[in-house]
Design a protein around this ligand. Sequence first.
Ligand SMILES: Nc1ncnc2c1ncn2[C@@H]1O[C@H](COP(=O)(O)OP(=O)(O)OP(=O)(O)O)[C@@H](O)[C@H]1O
Length: 258
Amino acid sequence: MTAPLLTTDDLTVRFGGHVAVDAVTCAFHAGELTAIVGPNGAGKTTYFNLISGQIPASAGRVMLNGQDISAASVSARTKAGIGRAFQMTNLFPDLTVLENVRLVVQAKARRGFNLWSVVTGHTDLMDQAEEILARVRLLDERNQIVSELSHGNQRKLEVALLIALDPLIYMFDEPTAGMSVDEAPVVLDLIADLKAQTDRTVLLVEHKMDVIRTLADRIIVLHNGALAADGAPAEVMASDIVQEAYMGRGLEGVLDHV
Ligand SMILES: Nc1ncnc2c1ncn2[C@@H]1O[C@H](COP(=O)(O)OP(=O)(O)OP(=O)(O)O)[C@@H](O)[C@H]1O
């Protein structure tokens, strides 16, 4: 098997006496979508925060492409290839949809990453931004001010910005939360496209069973901050440890059947 893109080695964080993420060792490979599941308070978001650098680890390491990034800032990790879905707080709410995407496209191009080796000027950046908006079906909204977008369109914009960033690791935290049944499939199709890029990996914190069934190649289960199970979806759903961890309810008992 090829070397993993991302690994966490004994990754741990304590808040006072509470161990929120407990020695999680896990490797994530290219071309794979891993769903991270577990009951409320299991440590999923905190695990994401440790990977993206929002909070420092108490112990353990985060390795990206063989490099130890444990001490790197959020922005250094982003530059290195960790792409966490933008939250509304990361956007420019008073700018248009197109301007927001163009800013990320521009930042990426200026950094000299491998994405667009020849960037000849402003028109190219606009074309790239419009192409991304077409992919997420936001082209008609390109001149809307971001703060005025519907919730579903804001979530699509978050995906657009991540596509513009073109990271090695795509991290999504409940990407269809609050979306209508009409809007969610657009985002799910986009995520399926992203995982088809065989040199990237996708991590998805998710509660919805149907989303996990549609997208996941692998499931890891966190329970009280520790890794309780890791494997193919069918295997994890049926595993004794998961059945026991959820007191006989099984994984399906703690996830949403949406
Ligand atoms: N900054 C913090 N300070 C203290 N405790 C925290 C902090 N962040 C998280 N926790 C605690 O760590 C545990 C894990 O929380 P986390 O939000 O990661 O769980 P989760 O699995 O993402 O839950 P949910 O599904 O509800 O989002 C919880 O007990 C939470 O209260």
